[in-house]
Design a protein around this ligand. Structure first.
Ligand code: ZN
Length: 202
């Protein structure tokens, strides 16, 4: 049977013709341990695809918040809450290496500086694209915004569904996990906190 060219996925083409690496050898062995035949047609290039995919899904390790945000912090007198809702989150739980996914709502109250709104989504991406637990991811997003912007306060809410709960173990298919991280005025000022949580959890 002649093999047909496989559709390329984003980021997959660059290393396609390189010799197999250690990660691919491990994945080939993993297929064997699962009782599969790693040289059958459909699985032949699976170790390569999975290795490329895993590196992409964990590419946040190679990203730096300050570099990503660089040039997108502006002086401004705005003093009201700025919020970006419904930022898509895709991450991998560090306990099972299975996806968890959902939405992030990120808000801050400026103190002389504002940030390009798309950069808040980039900050989420930097920390989501690693092996994570949702609680730490939430904290890291809040701390990063606090650090690059030194605003009066930061609030982050994540609502995620975890495949490790949905497709194995307890099989709680519709449960969502909600986590929050509050810094500065979001933690200390009840009115700011209430406004944020009302907007985030609606
Ligand atoms: Zn898990």
């Amino acid at each position: 049977m002649t093999s047909v060219a496989e559709p390329r996925h984003e980021g997959e083409s660059a290393k396609a013709s390189q010799p197999p690496d250690e990660m691919e050898a491990l994945l080939r062995r993993q297929l064997e341990l699962l009782g599969e035949d790693p040289v059958r047609d459909g699985l032949l290039r699976t170790p390569h695809r999975v290795a490329v995919s895993l590196r992409w899904l964990t590419r946040g390790y190679g990203m730096d918040v300050k570099k990503v945000v660089n040039g997108a912090v502006f002086k401004a007198k705005h003093e009201n809450m700025v919020m970006v809702r419904d930022i898509e989150v895709y991450s991998l739980c560090e306990h099972h290496m299975l996806p968890f996914y959902g939405r992030a709502h990120v808000a801050y109250v400026p103190d002389g500086r504002i940030i390009g709104l798309s950069k808040l989504a980039r900050v989420v991406e930097i920390f989501a694209r690693r092996l994570q637990v949702q609680e730490r991811l939430t904290d890291q997003i809040a701390d990063a915004v606090q650090e690059v912007l030194t605003p009066a306060g930061v609030g982050v809410v994540l609502e995620c569904q975890h495949l490790c709960m949905m497709m194995r173990g307890v099989e709680k298919q519709n449960s969502r996990t909600i986590s929050s991280a509050l810094r500065g005025s979001f933690r200390d000022d009840p009115r700011t906190r209430d406004e944020f949580l009302r907007l985030a959890l609606k």
